[in-house]
Ligand binder design. Structure first.
Ligand SMILES: Cc1cc2nc3c(=O)[nH]c(=O)nc-3n(C[C@H](O)[C@H](O)[C@H](O)COP(=O)(O)OP(=O)(O)OC[C@H]3O[C@@H](n4cnc5c(N)ncnc54)[C@H](O)[C@@H]3O)c2cc1C
Length: 380
């Protein structure tokens, strides 16, 4: 380290922070990334071997161009790191045609001209006999979907950033920060740094870093499970796409084909579970954890309902409306915020890195991110 002054300091080197470090380093910006734990680690939101990516996003139309850009950037990261991080194995969404998952994804695919195939119940059963769904359900098959390897992605972002001259420190918790007219001061347990700009990408710890926004972020303890299916060949990569099932109450089950990076078949529920505090969360297994996904296997994937191999906990950081928060700090123009990824942010990490770099370097971006701004909470 030559001195303690940087162009940009990134607080939190998880999914979003590592991507921002890479993007800033690609632009020749002098960047320092500070992470309180190991890089990567298993105490935040970005572990568990796999993350779904999709394109026909039912959650909001403006996510689609961001996803298309994210897939390009994931490929650029793969090229630079020489690692295979994004596996486009397709996605299958199951539920009623007028439900949020299938109906909303279909609307998104049509609106954006995305490749897709609508399957009736008979076609679902013929092509994907792994699933047992009600007679009046449909399936939407999307080729521009698949999975990412999160731990490898973060390592690749960090390695590529470091090779390009970024400075990144693990085990250096940010304790305090201060912004003034000439720059920002960041104090860690080890030393004090100055920078022109500051990016907060603290995940589940965002509330303790930025407590003056008046936007409550709730952290929830999520459960992931891995089982050994009764008919393993039916669940191999190449046979099964990533999949999501509409539980018809605003939550979905989802899972992955079996991959060599993790044991057995991974399945989980996508909905905020029990509220927690990131510093006091129960990371061991609690009664009821297995049932969060076991009910899905019993009801919809009976051949997958085999012995348990692993259980893990992970943290969602939920914004009040389930959409991300990506904006400049309303009172400190040198400070940029990325928070509240609400259980669906990983697939966007590559493009969030680019957006954070845009906001930190120029104060604006050409991408459509108005719907992710803080203004929406003031209006509402
Ligand atoms: C069980 C589960 C399944 C999910 N599945 C999917 C999926 O299939 N597809 C998808 O797109 N998304 C999914 N997500 C969501 C996605 O993983 C998250 O949105 C994303 O990982 C959030 O990234 P982040 O950078 O905000 O948080 P993190 O990756 O947790 O990074 C935040 C970092 O900031 C650090 N930090 C905080 N405070 C400080 C400080 N004071 N000093 C230094 N460092 C600090 C933390 O230690 C942490 O490393 C899932 C999430 C979970 C929990």
């Amino acid at each position: 380290m030559t001195n303690n002054h940087f162009d940009v300091i990134v607080v939190g080197v998880g999914a979003m922070g590592s991507a921002a470090c890479w993007e800033l380093a690609r632009r020749g910006v002098r960047v320092l990334g500070l992470e309180q734990f190991d890089i990567p680690h298993t105490r935040g939101s970005s572990h568990g071997y796999s993350r779904v990516t999709r394109t026909a996003y039912y959650e909001h139309s403006d996510y689609v161009p961001l996803l298309q850009r994210s897939h390009i950037l994931w490929s650029e990261l793969e090229a630079e790191s020489a690692e295979k991080i994004l596996h486009m194995v397709g996605g299958l969404y199951l539920g009623p045609l007028d439900g949020e998952l299938v109906g909303g994804s279909l609307r998104s695919a049509r609106e954006h001209g995305l490749a897709h195939e609508l399957l009736d119940r008979a076609a679902v059963s013929k092509r994907f006999p792994q699933f047992t769904v009600p007679d009046d359900w449909s399936g939407l098959l999307e080729p521009q979907a698949g999975f990412l390897l999160p731990e490898l992605a973060i390592s690749a972002f960090v390695n590529c950033a470091l090779h390009r001259g970024a400075e990144i420190h693990g085990h250096e918790e940010v304790k305090a920060w201060h912004a003034d007219a000439s720059g920002v001061t960041v104090t860690t347990a080890l030393r004090t740094y100055r920078a022109d700009k500051l990016i907060f990408s603290g995940g589940a710890w965002s509330n303790s870093l930025i407590h003056d926004l008046g936007v409550p972020l709730t952290v929830t303890r999520q459960v992931l499970g891995w089982v050994w299916p009764k008919t393993p060949a039916a669940f191999k990569a190449g046979t099964l796409p990533v999949w999501m099932i509409d539980r018809l109450d605003g939550t979905t089950y989802y899972g992955f084909p079996m991959v060599t990076q993790s044991p057995g078949l991974k399945v989980a529920v996508h909905a905020p579970l029990d509220r927690t505090d990131p510093n006091h969360v129960e990371r061991g297994i609690l009664p009821g954890d297995e049932e969060t996904f076991r009910s899905c296997l019993r009801r919809f994937i009976p051949q997958g309902d085999g012995p348990l191999l692993a259980l893990r906990t992970c943290l969602y950081t939920n914004s009040p409306d389930g959409h991300f928060i990506l904006d400049r700090h309303p009172r400190h123009e040198r400070v940029v915020l990325a928070a509240g990824f609400s259980g669906h942010g990983f697939k966007f990490a590559s493009v969030i890195g680019e957006l954070l770099a845009d906001l930190a370097c120029t104060g604006q971006t050409r991408q459509p991110i108005g719907f992710l701004g803080l203004e929406r909470f003031r209006k509402g």
